[in-house]
Design a protein around this ligand. Structure first.
Ligand SMILES: Cc1ncc(COP(=O)(O)O)c(C=O)c1O
Length: 359
């Protein structure tokens, strides 16, 4: 057990929450878990009230972007208690991002301990309605005050939490996606496999233009040939081509190693579905669509779990997928994964970190 000092908030802000309209990322629970890296080690582990933090104009992260983050969720278990889904994968990914951004690694077990303690303390913030959850956002940033391009000597880790509704209040809903070759998000050798602020900043303009034209998100192609598929803005992408589930590989270093991606691939392999992690040219997708082999397309990510794609647009040509309807496999993955997260489906893989608390 790590020594985590707890300072409780004076009064709760929970009365401000509109529980019938839990838009993503709007409400923040009363407490945060914090740690500082000073003098070459992480320490001063503490839970304190959520609130304003003093900052100097020379905060290095504002200027040079040395910041990384994670996103995971805690779900009420229908049999009692709370399930945090696969937090060790997020903790390991945070450290992968850390090493790419020259940020010192954080003890994975202490991170999970801090998260569990935080969730327990703010348990009344966990929404009870079907499909809702408590979103957990760890972030680490250089906390030094200086100008000059070099890594910071000091860092801060913060974990905050936020109650969120189901991504699909009316059930799974296919989305329209624009395949862009005008903009690129990451490049081989760059930051693509890290969950770092810069990647999201790079995606904003393309994403905004796609929204102006009625698309929910952008599907990014590789930055060099602009031919091979990488991923969607905040999701990995999967294709059912004939009888095979195909998804871009991790070895190019240009996509995030999604926890949901890993979960879907593990289930698919168990269910006896053929799986291929390999490079996919956009021309292959066009061809498979033309020949009737492109059965399903869906995104995978913590926010939506599974996001069926009903339409892909590439160079002004629309590809309607599965008549714009949700595919059987997309539905099965969605039901199985959300079932495991909420205790409706047995968790054979021990993916849930179960906290035995009364809600
Ligand atoms: C760029 C990007 N790709 C993929 C994902 C999906 O990852 P996960 O399934 O771990 O949420 C996310 C979301 O975190 C993301 O931001």
């Amino acid at each position: 057990m790590t020594d985590i000092k707890v300072t409780k908030s004076q009064g709760s802000r929970i009365g401000n929450v509109d529980w019938n309209n839990l838009r993503f990322g709007v409400y923040f629970s009363d407490h945060i878990f914090v740690a500082d890296y000073i003098g070459g080690k992480w320490g001063d582990f503490r839970i304190e009230p959520y609130g304003q933090m003093p900052m100097e104009p020379s905060l290095c992260t504002l200027h040079y972007g040395q910041s990384i983050f994670e996103g995971l969720k805690a779900f009420p278990d229908q049999n009692g208690g709370v399930n945090i889904f696969r937090p060790m994968m997020n903790a390991k990914r945070l450290n992968h991002s850390a090493s790419r951004l020259c940020i010192p690694e954080f003890d994975e077990n202490i991170l999970i301990e801090g998260i569990e303690k935080l969730v327990e303390l703010d348990k009344q913030w966990i929404p009870k309605a079907e499909g809702c959850s408590l979103y957990i956002r760890p972030v680490v940033y250089g906390s030094g005050n200086f100008l000059g391009v070099h890594a910071s000597d000091t860092y801060r880790l913060i974990v905050m939490t936020s109650p969120v509704a189901s991504y699909y209040p009316e059930g799974l809903n296919p989305v329209k996606i624009l395949v862009t070759s005008d903009y690129v998000r990451v490049v081989r050798g760059g930051l693509g496999s890290a969950k770092t602020a810069a990647n999201y900043a790079a995606s904003l303009l393309g994403g905004m233009k796609a929204k102006e034209h009625g698309y929910a998100q952008v599907l990014w192609l590789d930055a060099i040939s602009r031919e091979y598929i990488d991923e969607v803005g905040a999701m990995n992408i999967m294709f059912v081509i004939d009888d095979t589930l195909v998804t871009p590989p991790l070895d190019q270093g240009t996509i995030l190693a999604g926890v949901t991606r890993d979960t879907v691939l593990a289930l698919a392999r168990e269910w006896g579905i053929k799986v291929a992690e390999r490079r996919i040219a956009i021309t292959e997708i066009i061809e498979a669509h033309r020949n009737g082999y492109l059965k399903e397309v869906f995104g995978t990510g913590t926010a939506a779990v599974i996001s069926p794609v009903g339409l892909l647009n590439y160079k002004d040509q629309d590809m309607i997928i599965n008549n714009g309807e949700i595919g059987e496999l997309s539905k099965k993955f969605y039901q199985t994964i959300t079932g495991i997260q909420t205790g409706k489906v047995e968790d054979n893989h021990k993916w849930n970190n179960h906290i035995n608390i009364e809600l």
